[in-house]
Design a binder for this molecule. Structure first.
Ligand SMILES: N[C@@H](CCC(=O)N[C@@H](CS)C(=O)NCC(=O)O)C(=O)O
Length: 220
């Protein structure tokens, strides 16, 4: 049985979506982010604090103190995107690579998302969440950083229905979950109609909706 250590309001969404697509049995072991506790004025080290990313038992699994972590029969893996590549690869189905070249392409696009998209996209989510508007200089800087990578993605999706292999794969989940952070920026997304349409199509999948429902059910 696969255990995902984390909470639905974290990057564990990536793995939950993938697990739901794959139909694999899994369970969630709740671990809240220590930073979220601190933001609420709760000391993560307090004896009555909820189990969190600074709890000793969790740090044994994840020395980096970050969720999600996958555990399966003693095998422990961190990094949400690596977890997804593992899940898709170990299951002989359409979500994973059919050839070594597809495997390399899935890794290529996942790394592109992680290195060129995630950081500015996350900045947009954080800034919008803090009530900053589209004309805020920090929002503009994050948007500027995304223009080139989103243009690359737009061009790719103009000639391809999906990220890799002409079908929905783990590469779509990884990129869609990274890009979701920038989705509240309607003006930015409006400049990349193919990316916007592809993202909405990915999110219309029943497995995404089940994941999202679980996330929404969790206290903020
Ligand atoms: N690159 C890592 C990032 C993991 C990460 O930063 N996770 C956040 C939650 S989404 C976390 O656990 N933060 C610890 C904290 O806030 O205390 C991944 O994709 O898994």
């Amino acid at each position: 049985m696969i255990t995902i250590w984390g909470v639905c309001r974290s990057r564990a969404t990536r793995n939950i979506w993938a697990l739901e697509e794959l139909g694999l049995p899994w369970r969630l072991r709740p671990v809240i982010q220590a930073n979220r506790l601190l933001a609420k004025g709760i000391d993560p080290a307090a004896p009555d604090a909820p189990f969190n990313t600074r709890s000793r038992e969790f740090l044994r699994l994840s020395p980096a103190g970050a969720v999600p972590v996958l555990e399966e029969d003693g095998f422990v893996l961190s990094e949400s995107l690596a977890i997804n590549l593992y899940l898709a690869g170990k299951t002989d189905g359409p979500l994973g690579p059919a050839t070594p070249r597809e495997e390399a392409q899935m890794l290529q696009w996942t790394l592109f998302g992680a290195t060129s998209v995630e950081s500015p996209a996350l900045a947009i989510q954080t800034l919008f969440g803090a009530g900053r508007s589209a004309d805020d200089p920090e929002v503009k800087a994050a948007e500027d950083s995304l223009l080139r990578p989103l243009a690359v993605l737009e061009a790719h999706l103009t000639t391809h229905s999906h990220i890799v292999g002409g079908r929905f794969t783990i590469a779509d989940i990884n990129m869609a979950e990274i890009l979701r952070y920038a989705q509240p920026d309607a003006a930015l997304m409006g400049r990349f109609p193919r990316v916007k349409g592809w993202l909405e199509l990915c999110q219309s999948r029943p497995a995404f909706k089940r994941m999202w429902q679980a996330r929404e059910a969790e206290p903020a």
